[in-house]
Design a binder for this molecule. Structure first.
Ligand code: HEM
Length: 116
């Protein structure tokens, strides 16, 4: 038993989910609520905007973070400029260790062409 009172059976592996640090109720109000805007206004000594670490931190920081951000930007650019889209059925955003939607947020998308 460790000093926190948890039994860790011999031979087990422990995988920390760093994103769970975003769900500490001592630091964040209502951390289970999906509220990406909390990072815009958050202030104070414990909860700060640079506490948001979707790609980890330090020496083992995500090696693909710049690629991932570029891929997301390219995807959103094409989605917004080339498609008319709407949420196909109501869905519920969830905040686990990472953001998720109960039904996977299905959308209906229709390709459109704009004359620019
Ligand atoms: C939205 C997309 C992504 C997210 C949210 C993400 C998130 C993360 C996180 C949280 C870690 C652990 C960092 C730590 O231990 O402090 C990690 C590690 C890593 N990621 Fe990503 N990642 C993404 C995309 C990618 C892509 C596209 C690649 C490669 C093409 C990649 C390659 C890696 C590698 C190699 C590591 C291990 C780094 C190490 O241990 O030194 N990731 N990522």
């Amino acid at each position: 038993m460790d000093s926190s009172g948890y039994d860790i059976p011999r031979g087990w592996s422990i995988i920390p989910i760093f994103a769970a640090a975003h769900l500490d109720p001592d630091v964040y109000d209502n951390p289970q609520k999906f509220d990406p805007w909390r990072w815009q206004t958050i202030s104070g000594s414990t909860a700060r905007i640079d506490n948001y670490m979707p790609f980890g931190q330090g020496l083992r920081n995500c090696a693909g973070l710049e690629l991932a951000k570029m891929e997301i930007a390219v995807f959103l650019h094409h989605l917004v400029l080339n498609y008319d889209w709407e949420v196909a059925e109501p869905d519920e955003p969830l905040a686990y260790a990472f953001p998720e939607f109960a039904k996977g947020l299905p959308i209906k998308a229709r390709k459109v062409s704009f004359i620019v």
